[in-house]
Design a protein around this ligand. Structure first.
Ligand code: SF4
Length: 63
């Protein structure tokens, strides 16, 4: 599974960080970082992050 974040949409609300802090992070410089190929066991947390994003910036790709 691959995690894509559309940075043209992202408004740095940080809800993804709250939903899955081991997968998403906002750095001290204010940049969003994320694990692009997380372990499949984290899929539930990922889905929570996708659902939490208020601008639907996060998408998941199989493979
Ligand atoms: S919740 Fe969405 S808008 Fe907010 S930081 Fe995460 S990806 Fe960006």
């Amino acid at each position: 599974m691959k995690v894509l974040v559309n940075m043209d949409r992202c408004e740095y609300h940080g809800q993804c960080v709250f939903a899955a802090p081991d997968l998403f992070d906002i750095t001290d410089d204010g940049e969003l970082e994320w694990v692009e190929s997380p372990d499949p066991t984290r899929s539930e947390a990922l889905k929570a992050a996708v659902g939490a994003c208020p601008v639907q910036a996060i998408t998941l790709q199989d493979g």
